[in-house]
Structure formats: structure tokens, C-alpha cells
Design a protein around this ligand. Structure first.
Ligand code: ADP
Ligand code: 5GP
Length: 203
């Protein structure tokens, strides 16, 4: 199962995903590629693969990205194709964090992906979290707040809306989506089990 988590920068996507993965360590994390500079404390290959614009565009040209988009007006962000396809083919679960454009592309590329939009309880909470995280320059902060408006105008393309107010409650909400969707996706397995059960009883 591919769980796609979107929402404006600073709303808490990373925090929620970390909370979900703490409860379900089997869920893999898709490391995106980006052309933006690493923040202090970010390591290449952990939060992101930090690449040059040329490297990014070459990967996109060669089909190495499942989706990619220009985010915050200038930087390129994309999902490497191979890890997602390998995880899904092997029946493992994966979570990815992308913007609304990426989510829209992902729905086309992988229609079975589950799309979740994370919203703040109000605009001030979003401003407070973005500034409180203390990772952005004034200019980067302003760009992220502008992108947030665009993100909100595309909330309608998502299947689930998760309001991140109380953190523990929101992690519980994300976990509930994950658990319910996992049961739904296992319908094919139910059919097989059903067939086996009926056959066994006949025998
Ligand atoms: P994103 O991944 O969406 O950019 P982060 O996960 O980095 O956002 O969260 C942004 C900031 O908001 C972090 O400092 C985080 O600790 C804080 N935060 C996340 N969720 C909540 C919440 N429910 N209440 C208060 N602060 C939160
Ligand atoms: P930042 O980490 O620079 O604050 O913000 C990243 C923004 O880009 C977030 O909105 C995040 O969802 C989005 N993003 C991160 N990785 C990807 C990706 O692989 N593809 C797309 N389309 N967006 C991404």
C-alpha cells in the first residue's frame, strides 16, 4: 500500500509520519530528491537526496522519477521510482510526503495510492509552527505561506482530510486511515481465503 501524505510546509506531515512509523516500523519511507539546500541537521539520503538541478533533470528525463514538481516557486522535488515500485511489488507498505501536484500525478501513476491531506486547525497555527521550527529564512517562510494557499485550494483532490490539532489525536487518525485501507486492499486475499474455506468444507 502506498500512503501519500500532502499538505502545506510546517503543518506537521513529517511529525505525523514519524509517529505512524513508530507505531508501525514496517512502513517504509520514500526519500525524495530535491534541489533545495539541506537545512542544518538534515543528512543526504535521510530526509532527502540532495541533488543538483542537472542531476535532477537527468533523472526525470531517464524516467527515474515517479512524479516531480516545482514547489515553492523554484525548487524541484521528486519521488524516485525504483524504491516505490520495489516495495509495492514485494507487498510492503510505503509512505511518501509530497505536494498537491505530486499527489495528483501519483493518483494517475498509481490509482490505488491512498491520498491524505493534512490541514492545520487554523492559519495562525500554521504560521506559528513554521516560525517555531526555526528552519526558514524570512523569504523562504513567505514563499511557504504563499504555497500553503495554493495547497488549500486543491484540498478537494484528496480522499482523506486530517486536521493536525492535537498531535496524538492526529497520529491516531493517520493510523486509523492506514489500518482501514490495509483491510480494504486485502479484499483480493479475502477472496482467495473464501475460496479455500469453501473448498476445504466441501472436502
Ligand atoms: P512538515 O513536515 O509538514 O513541514 P513538521 O513535521 O516539520 O512539518 O512540523 C512543523 C513544526 O510543527 C515542527 O516544529 C513540529 O514539532 C510542530 N508540530 C507538528 N504537529 C504539531 C501539533 N499537532 N501541534 C503543535 N506543533 C506541531
Ligand atoms: P520543505 O521540505 O522544503 O519544507 O517542503 C517540501 C515541500 O515539497 C512540501 O510541500 C512537500 O510535501 C513537497 N515535497 C517533498 N518531497 C516531494 C516529492 O518527492 N514530490 C513532490 N511533488 N513534492 C514533494
Amino acid at each position: 500500500m502506498l500512503l501519500v501524505v500532502a499538505g502545506p510546509s510546517g503543518v506537521g506531515k513529517g511529525t505525523l509520519i514519524a509517529g505512524l512509523r513508530e507505531r508501525h516500523p514496517g512502513i517504509e519511507w520514500s526519500v525524495s530528491c530535491t534541489t533545495r539546500d539541506p537545512r542544518p541537521g538534515e543528512a543526504d539520503g535521510e530526509q532527502y537526496h540532495f541533488v543538483t538541478r542537472d542531476e535532477f533533470l537527468r533523472m526525470a528525463r531517464e524516467g527515474g522519477l515517479l512524479e516531480w514538481a516545482v514547489v515553492h516557486g523554484s525548487d524541484l522535488y521528486g519521488t524516485p521510482r525504483a524504491p516505490v515500485e520495489e516495495a509495492l511489488a514485494a507487498g510492503r507498505d510505503m509512505v511518501i510526503e509530497i505536494d498537491y501536484q505530486g499527489a495528483r500525478s501519483m493518483r494517475q501513476a498509481l490509482p490505488e495510492a491512498v491520498l491524505v491531506f493534512v490541514a492545520p486547525p487554523n492559519a495562525q497555527a500554521l504560521r506559528d509552527r513554521l516560525t517555531g521550527r526555526n528552519t526558514e529564512s524570512e523569504e523562504a517562510l513567505a514563499r511557504r505561506l504563499r504555497s500553503a494557499q495554493t495547497e488549500f485550494s486543491h484540498m478537494g483532490i484528496f480522499e482523506y482530510l486530517l486536521v493536525n490539532d492535537d498531535l496524538e489525536a492526529a497520529i491516531g487518525g493517520l493510523e486509523a486511515i492506514y489500518l482501514a485501507e490495509r483491510q480494504r486492499l486485502s479484499r483480493a486475499h479475502w477472496r482467495r481465503l473464501q475460496g479455500e474455506l469453501v473448498e476445504d468444507l466441501e472436502g
